[in-house]
Design a protein around this ligand. Structure first.
Ligand SMILES: Cc1cc2nc3c(=O)[nH]c(=O)nc-3n(C[C@H](O)[C@H](O)[C@H](O)COP(=O)(O)OP(=O)(O)OC[C@H]3O[C@@H](n4cnc5c(N)ncnc54)[C@H](O)[C@@H]3O)c2cc1C
Length: 365
């Protein structure tokens, strides 16, 4: 791969995975371009904004990126049972955190082009990457660019993933409102209910606001609108006026093949989201860091191929995500059979939620 290219590393998407990949690659000495279709990185926020505390500490997030700390999670079952579990974390101001990660990539030497959409990926005659670009605003954007390595960090419906035939096959549909919260909370709340088919409801406190949302599996008959109405009804007068509405897709198939020759996938594009909780920021930043480092090492000739990226990601998350994938499969297979049977449904709910000890038991033990 000695062909001259515009860039050593091209990153598509400036979410947590893309910005971290760009930073890692730039710090490794690569010439890096990041293209992001949004005009402003991180806006609009499509997230409930929970991040484990140790990840926030690792990322050295400043106060402005954190709306509040939480100490645990209270999980509610339909009969009224509530179980608290220690789960220290914070609720982010995600737009601040995403902007900061992008800023760090730029400080490390990466060039960031916002309002720029990648529309197709292909190869040059020499085997490098060629990506077609389109301006989303009024600015000048080259019609295409070339790079030695491409990192697809372009979210759940990744164009890069489609280009290499590696796409998320199962996705949860999430709807969320940010509402006034009348009494402050120090725990996140999770609601399991047959109405939240294949998913769950959440209330994540953010000072005098809260992110209240649901994720459901349409393949199991889930209706996100009805589910959100149900959750808002359950929360009653604890919450008030709706300040913002958002939503999005959350991959739940588990990690896809992340290395395709000189193309890497990272974060949601690679199915790195936790298939039970839907949490993906932690995996996205770790995958991004590893992808960026590997991409830089490949372009400087330090390594011959990018396979180590996959191995490194799996060594960090295999146990955690492997169990979640297994529980997801059990949940999908059993859901329809337990819907009309509250006891069987509750057994399945406990088996498929991280807040219960049943989740951690291996089958038959
Ligand atoms: C409603 C909801 C609630 C969630 N809550 C949480 C939570 O509380 N905690 C948690 O850890 N995770 C949560 N997640 C998941 C989390 O948001 C993702 O896992 C995380 O954002 C993944 O980061 P990423 O960088 O891989 O992708 P993204 O953050 O999706 O970033 C991808 C970027 O690529 C850009 N892009 C896409 N296509 C193109 C293109 N063709 N050209 C140029 N740019 C492109 C997009 O504009 C976007 O900026 C939630 C998700 C949803 C939908």
């Amino acid at each position: 791969m000695n062909e001259a290219t515009d860039w050593d590393v091209l990153v598509v998407g400036a979410g947590p995975a893309g910005s971290t990949a760009a930073r890692g690659a730039a710090e490794g000495g690569a010439r890096v371009l990041v293209v992001e279709r949004r005009p402003v990185v991180g806006v609009p926020v499509q997230c409930a904004e929970f991040l484990p505390r140790r990840v926030a500490l690792d990322l050295r997030l400043p106060k402005a990126a954190i709306a509040q700390d939480v100490v645990g999670t209270m999980t509610h079952l339909p009969g009224g049972e509530a179980t608290s579990r220690r789960n220290p974390g914070c609720i982010l101001n995600r737009e601040v955190a995403d902007a900061l990660l992008a800023e760090r990539a730029v400080e490390a030497g990466a060039k960031l082009m916002t309002s720029t959409q990648a529309t197709a990926i292909g190869r040059t005659s020499g085997g490098s990457i060629r990506v077609e670009l389109e301006a989303m605003g009024g600015q000048e954007v080259p019609s295409h660019t070339t790079a030695a390595v491409l990192v697809g960090a372009d979210g759940p419906r990744s164009l890069v993933g489609q280009g290499v035939g590696s796409t998320n096959t199962r996705k949860i549909v999430a709807h969320q409102v940010t509402v006034d919260l009348h009494d402050p909370l120090v725990e996140t709340e999770v609601y399991l209910h047959p109405v939240y088919k294949g998913g769950y409801g959440w209330l994540f406190p953010k000072g005098d606001l809260a992110n209240v949302g649901v994720g459901v599996d349409r393949a199991l008959g889930g209706d996100p609108k009805a589910a959100l109405q149900h959750l808002v009804g359950t929360l009653g007068d604890r919450i008030g006026e709706v300040r913002r509405t958002t939503g999005g897709l959350i991959p739940v198939n588990g990690p896809l093949q992340g290395v395709h020759g000189n193309i890497l996938l990272a974060g949601d594009a690679a199915g790195h989201t936790h298939p039970i909780t839907g949490g993906g920021i932690h995996q996205a930043v770790e995958a991004g860091r590893l992808a960026g480092e590997a991409a830089a090492a490949r372009t400087t000739g330090e390594i011959d191929d990018l396979d180590g990226y996959e191995t490194a990601f799996r060594s960090l998350f295999q146990i955690h995500l492997g169990r979640a994938v297994a529980r997801r499969h059990e949940l999908e297979e059993a859901w329809a059979g337990v819907e009309g049977d509250p006891e069987a449904w509750e057994r399945l709910a406990r088996r498929s939620w991280i807040g219960y000890k049943e989740y951690y038991k291996e089958k038959g033990r």
